[in-house]
Structures are given as structure tokens and as C-alpha cells.
Design a protein around this ligand. Structure first.
Ligand SMILES: Cc1cc2nc3c(=O)[nH]c(=O)nc-3n(C[C@H](O)[C@H](O)[C@H](O)COP(=O)(O)O)c2cc1C
Length: 192
């Protein structure tokens, strides 16, 4: 029989995000966060391209990010409620890691695989934070897909984009379990 890591399996079977708006200080310090980032960077990556990097948004950066989201929302002609929503994760944020996807033209490795790897980094970071006892939440929102926001707020290059904002902090409440997929319904067994 293979060696079983029961604690890891128990974690995976029960893991649950904590809504970003319920997170509070304290947040992980730099050394603690570096450990979480190290775990996150230990992610499958076809061709060892490292098609991702991290930007850490501390509390002091949040007002600037919120203001940039508002400026972009106005420039895009969004409704006031969309603008409020777009800036809310920064208005309420204490610490967030921006997982930045970097796409490079590489023969034999489609760009989509770099996207998959960046998404996997987001989940690994989320899981590392949750496993370490922090509350954490993977968010996007319209600013994360807006090229103007990426440039103005974060200085991303043209071949970079936001895979996700992973908010990390102290949890104040655990949300109830949400319905999970019916695995039998989404699984096809091919035996021949
Ligand atoms: C790429 C991506 C983007 C997301 N963006 C948001 C978001 O902007 N706002 C939100 O409320 N939830 C968002 N979610 C969902 C949250 O992460 C949500 O808390 C998650 O579904 C909880 O799942 P879990 O309980 O399995 O951890 C996003 C999820 C993914 C994968």
C-alpha cells in the first residue's frame, strides 16, 4: 500500500476559503509569508518557465489601489455600484498577494499551460495559507481583468496579467460549507 499522509488528505477534504471581507489583522509577517510563497511556487510548471511572480500588497498600498480602481471604473464608464465593488477588496484589504501570470512565447508549450500553472499557484498559495491556519480568499473582480488597472496600479508588462488576488489574514468566522460537486456526475471512467 502507498504511504498515506492522512493530515494532508483531511485538509484537502475539508478546506474552505474565508471571505476576504471577514479577514482582519494580524496578517502574516514577512518571514511567514515567504514560507507560504515558497510553498505556492512549488507548483507544476511545464518547461520550468516559472510563468508567474508575486506582488505583495500591504495595508499601506490599499488606498492607492482603491483609488486607481475608482479612476479606471470612471474611465470605463462603469456604474457607481460596480466602481464601489471594484475598489472594495482594496478598501477592506489588509494583505493580498497578487499572483501575476507571465506569458512567454515558447515553442512546444502553449500559453494556456502558463495560465493553468498560474491558476495552480493561486490555489497552492490559498491552500498553504489555510493549512497554516490563516483565513484566505482568492478574488478577481473587474480590475483584475482591466489592462489599465494592471498598468496604472501594478506596472505590469504587456505579457503579464493578474491570475488572482489572494487575501490572507486572521479569520473572524468560518463560513458554512457550500454545496460541492457531485463527483460521480462529472467523472467518466474509461476502461477500454
Ligand atoms: C479565479 C477565481 C476568481 C474569483 N473571484 C472572486 C471574486 O472576485 N469575488 C468572490 O466573491 N469570489 C471569487 N471567487 C470565489 C472565491 O474564491 C470563493 O470564496 C470560493 O469559491 C470558495 O471556495 P472554497 O470554499 O472551495 O475555498 C473566485 C474564484 C476563482 C477560482
Amino acid at each position: 500500500m502507498p504511504t498515506r499522509n492522512q493530515a494532508a488528505l483531511d485538509f484537502l477534504m475539508t478546506r474552505r476559503s474565508r471571505p476576504a471581507k471577514t479577514l482582519r489583522e494580524p496578517v502574516p509577517d514577512r518571514a511567514t509569508l515567504e514560507q507560504l510563497l515558497t510553498a505556492a511556487a512549488r507548483t507544476p510548471d511545464h518547461g520550468k518557465l516559472e510563468p508567474w511572480r508575486f506582488i505583495i500588497l500591504g495595508k499601506a498600498a490599499m488606498p492607492r489601489l482603491a483609488a486607481t480602481a475608482e479612476q479606471r471604473g470612471l474611465a470605463l464608464g462603469l456604474d457607481p455600484d460596480q466602481i464601489v465593488k471594484g475598489r472594495s477588496q482594496f478598501d477592506q484589504g489588509h494583505l493580498a498577494v497578487v499572483v501575476v501570470e507571465i506569458t512567454r512565447p515558447v515553442e512546444k508549450i502553449p500559453a494556456l499551460e502558463m495560465t493553468y500553472s498560474a491558476g495552480a499557484v493561486c490555489l497552492s498559495l490559498l491552500n498553504a495559507a489555510l493549512a497554516a491556519g490563516w483565513g484566505a480568499n482568492w478574488l478577481s473582480g473587474w480590475p483584475s481583468h482591466d489592462r489599465g488597472f494592471m498598468t496604472d496600479a501594478l506596472g505590469l508588462a504587456e505579457n503579464e496579467r493578474i491570475a488572482g488576488f489572494v487575501h490572507i489574514g486572521t479569520e473572524t468566522s468560518a463560513p458554512p460549507e457550500r454545496p460541492r460537486p457531485d463527483v460521480q456526475a462529472i467523472t467518466t471512467w474509461v476502461d477500454a
